[in-house]
Ligand binder design. Structure first.
Ligand code: KIV
Length: 255
């Protein structure tokens, strides 16, 4: 599927997007038929154990994007531009091209940066917007757009990004009513995370969907699995069998 087909899904079929940070996970998501894979800078938190996404580098993002692209045979991969990688239009173009060179089909960036988006589009680079809660610059993780002035600004930013030619807009942690209004006001699909059911699609961080971190709880996350528990059970079994000498058996032994 290419990004034009993603845009065409608006008002026809909901779009599914998930994050991935490595080859094997990307292969599973690809085989399962997800519409888009995002190499999110959330990898700073779930992969690197950092407190936020403020320190992840271009080099690290490219490393993970390269691995994900190898697994995502049929699914477009979007590279998340890390903080400061798009501080100027020139820098943004230079860095976005690096994502494309490792196989990404487009890039995502947080906030409304008209000059940057214009420069990227001029080079034929596909851009995904991201509004609402912007983790790269947020001092506090909270819902954005509850107050009329903030809501008005987010709607205006969405309209501007739409007119600048982004192919989709992520809406993170915004009230459902605002997300509905934005979704009805823009030509391109909105993809929500904590933005309610009226968005044109939904995105989750894969580790959250799988229940990898038992401490992490957020209202917008639905855990489809408790992989933390499953992994721990398997690992404990391995430890026990190793200690007792039950593993390896003949089946795992060479002669
Ligand atoms: O970094 C990320 O994973 C994201 C998604 C939550 C949209 O930006």
């Amino acid at each position: 599927m290419d990004l034009k087909e993603i845009i065409k899904k608006k008002r026809k079929e909901k779009i599914s997007m998930l994050t991935a940070y490595d080859y094997q996970m990307a292969k599973i998501l690809d085989e399962a038929g997800v519409d888009l894979i995002l190499v999110g800078d959330s990898l700073a938190m779930v992969f690197q154990g950092m407190p936020d996404t403020k320190k992840v580098t271009m080099r690290e993002m490219l490393y993970h994007t390269r691995a994900v692209v190898r697994g995502a045979k049929n699914t477009p991969v979007i590279g998340d531009m890390p903080i400061h990688s798009y501080d100027t239009p020139e820098l943004a173009v230079k860095n976005a091209k690096k994502f494309l060179r490792v196989g990404a089909k487009g890039v995502k960036l947080e906030g409304n940066h008209p000059a940057v988006v214009r420069a990227l589009k001029k080079q034929g680079i596909e851009v995904m917007g991201h509004l609402g809660l912007l983790p790269q610059t947020a001092k506090k993780y909270r819902v954005r757009g509850k107050m009329p002035e903030e809501a008005r600004q987010i709607l205006e930013d969405a309209r501007q990004l739409d007119s600048l030619g982004v192919f989709a807009i992520v809406l993170e942690c915004v009230p459902e009513k605002l997300a509905k209004k934005i979704t009805a006001s823009v030509k391109v699909p909105t993809i929500g995370i904590g933005a309610g059911k009226y968005c044109d699609g939904q995105v989750l961080v894969i580790n959250d969907l799988l229940g990898m971190d038992k401490e992490f709880k957020a209202k917008h996350v639905k855990r489809y699995l408790n992989l933390n528990r499953s992994i721990k059970r398997a690992v404990k079994k391995f430890i026990e069998e190793t200690r007792k000498g039950v593993f390896p058996t003949e089946a795992q032994t060479f002669h």
